[in-house]
Design a protein around this ligand. Structure first.
Ligand code: AKG
Length: 264
C-alpha cells in the first residue's frame, strides 16, 4: 500500500522532467495562521539578537549579513536595512518550524526524491519578502552554493512552504523548467563577490521561465540544480515562506555541526 502523502509515480515523473512539483493546499488555513505567528516571533527575536554584541556583521556586494547564535541573517537592501530578508538555519528557532521538518507531508515526498528511506535536514531558511520592500533573487541554482560542503549535492531536494498567497505581484518563485537536467552551470563573471553564484545569463533559456504562483499552505518541491529566482515584492501583501532542504540520513547540516535526522 502506498505511504500516506507519498508522491504518485506521475508526480515523481513530473518532478524529474520539470525539476519541480507544486502540491496545493498541503497545509490548512489554521496551520498557515500559526506559521505566520512563528514568522513574527522569529522576526522579533532575531531583531533583538542582531543588536547584541554576539552578532558579527559583514558585507557582501553592499548587502549586510550578520552571524549570531549559530545562524545567519541577511538584511534587506540599502534603505530597508531595518527589515529582515532571510534567516538560516531557522528550524531550531521555533518549535513549529522544528516540527515541520518532520511533517510526513514533506518528509514522505522528500524520502522518495532523495531515494532513501532515512533522511536528514540539510538546511532550512525563512524568507520574509516583506510587503513593499522585499527584494528579488537573481537567477541561480542552489547546488553551486552547496557543492563545497556536500558530497551528494544531487540528493538535496528543496521544499518551499508558502505562508502567504505567492503571486507575481508579491514576488513568487520563478523557475526555468527543465534546467536541472544540465547539472551545475557556470556562474556570472561580473567582478562582484557573489556573482559566481548567479547562473551565467547566456545559459538561461527564458522560453522555459515559469512563474509558480501558489496559494498559502502549498508546497513547492524543487531540484537543487533547478535555475530559479524571484522578483521583488512591491505589493501591499507579504510573501513569507520557509525553504527546507533534505539529504540522506546521518550527515551534518549546512552551517551547523549536528545531524538532524527526520524522526517519522
Ligand atoms: O524566496 C525567494 O523568492 C527565492 C529564494 C531563493 O531562491 C533561495 O533562497 O535560494
Amino acid at each position: 500500500m502506498p505511504m500516506a502523502f507519498a508522491l504518485s509515480s506521475e508526480e515523481i515523473e513530473t518532478y524529474r522532467e520539470n525539476g519541480y512539483l507544486l502540491k496545493e493546499r498541503l497545509f490548512t488555513r489554521d496551520e498557515v495562521t500559526n506559521f505566520r505567528l512563528s514568522c513574527d516571533s522569529v522576526e522579533s527575536r532575531v531583531k533583538e539578537a542582531i543588536k547584541t554584541e554576539r552578532a558579527r556583521e559583514y558585507h557582501l556586494d553592499q548587502n549586510v549579513f550578520l552571524d549570531v547564535d549559530g545562524y545567519t541573517v541577511q538584511l534587506e537592501h540599502k534603505k530597508n536595512l531595518d527589515r529582515l530578508r532571510v534567516v538560516e538555519p531557522v528550524d531550531n528557532l521555533d518549535q513549529r518550524f522544528d516540527r515541520l521538518v518532520d511533517d510526513v507531508r514533506l518528509a514522505a515526498p522528500a524520502r522518495q526524491l532523495v531515494g532513501a528511506s532515512n533522511i536528514a535536514l540539510w538546511t532550512a531558511k525563512l524568507n520574509f519578502k516583506s510587503h513593499g520592500v522585499g527584494s528579488g533573487f537573481g537567477w541561480h541554482q542552489d547546488s553551486p552554493y552547496w557543492m563545497h560542503d556536500s558530497a551528494h549535492v544531487d540528493l538535496l531536494p528543496n521544499v518551499m512552504v508558502n505562508f502567504d498567497d505567492s503571486m507575481v505581484e508579491n514576488g513568487c518563485l520563478r523557475v526555468i523548467r527543465g534546467s536541472h537536467k544540465r547539472g551545475i552551470l557556470p556562474g556570472t563573471v561580473d567582478g562582484s563577490q557573489l556573482g559566481g553564484f548567479y547562473t551565467n545569463p547566456s545559459l538561461i533559456d527564458k522560453g522555459e521561465e515559469v512563474a509558480v504562483e501558489a496559494i498559502a499552505g502549498s508546497a513547492l518541491f524543487f531540484d537543487p540544480h533547478l535555475i530559479h529566482g524571484s522578483g521583488p515584492n512591491s505589493s501591499a501583501n507579504p510573501r513569507r515562506a520557509i525553504i527546507m532542504t533534505y539529504q540522506p540520513a546521518g550527515f551534518e547540516m549546512l552551517k551547523r555541526a549536528c545531524v538532524r535526522n527526520i524522526s517519522v
